[in-house]
Design a protein around this ligand. Structure first.
Ligand code: NI
Ligand code: MN
Length: 224
């Protein structure tokens, strides 16, 4: 299973012909590694409805026919544009022939560009025999440790940029809670307010936790 960083908080998980795309904010993203038309996902997964996450979702879904998984209020807005949706709420799991995805809490706020208020989530994704946890946009909170009680996390995708999410220091504690094998940082260096030192984060993670930190430049891939 390949995890390709598309820039900011956007990732593609790929196993054979199956492609899962998370938070495809590409248009207007100075770090975008691809254009919306370059993607042909099987399923699109959203953490929340802020513009830097919902991004090009509707255009990509219309072009590919991929359904969108998003928390119920966000799925409701996206469904109005004629796109197929799955609409779980926090704690809910949606099963597919490729695996499953569960929405878990994230401490953040969210309103879409169209004004729909929606509760942010993290995504626990079981795919290709691995479990990947995209933390979404979140502050540090103690219940992050509950995710690992249910599922051993192989790869955690962790925001480290600060300002809109936890910073690289709190993110190290989040890694202690989630206990993944591999950590890939995201949501940093896209814009000036979220510039940070990813190499320092990597050093702290590898000193203080049992995880390995893999820094991906936009467009780079980590294989599991
Ligand atoms: Ni956000
Ligand atoms: Mn964000």
């Amino acid at each position: 299973m390949d995890i390709r960083f598309l820039g900011h908080a956007a990732f593609e998980l790929k196993d054979g012909d199956t492609s899962l795309v998370v938070d495809p904010f590409l248009t207007g993203n100075p770090k975008a590694a691809v254009e919306p038309g370059d993607l042909n996902p099987t399923t699109i997964l959203l953490t929340h409805g802020h513009a830097d996450h919902i991004g090009d979702t509707v255009d990509i879904a219309k072009a590919s026919g991929a359904p969108v998984v998003a928390i119920v209020e966000l799925a409701g807005e996206i469904g109005e544009s004629g796109v197929d949706t799955f609409d779980p709420n926090l704690g809910g799991t949606v099963e597919f022939d490729w695996g499953w995805v569960r929405l878990v809490p994230a401490w953040h706020t969210s309103t879409t560009p169209n004004g729909t208020v929606n509760t942010p989530a993290g995504l626990v994704i079981n795919f290709g025999g691995k479990t990947v946890y995209h933390l979404g946009d979140t502050a540090l909170f103690s219940d992050l440790q509950l995710v690992a009680r249910r599922d051993q996390i192989d790869v955690a995708l962790v925001p480290i940029g600060g300002h809109y999410t936890m910073d690289r220091h709190d993110a190290v504690t989040a890694v202690e809670f989630v206990t993944p094998s591999v950590v890939i940082p995201c949501h940093y260096d896209t814009f000036p307010p979220i510039e940070t030192d990813a190499e320092a984060f990597k050093g702290d993670v590898e000193n203080d936790t049992g995880a390995t930190c893999v820094i991906l430049a936009p467009g780079e891939t980590h294989s599991e």
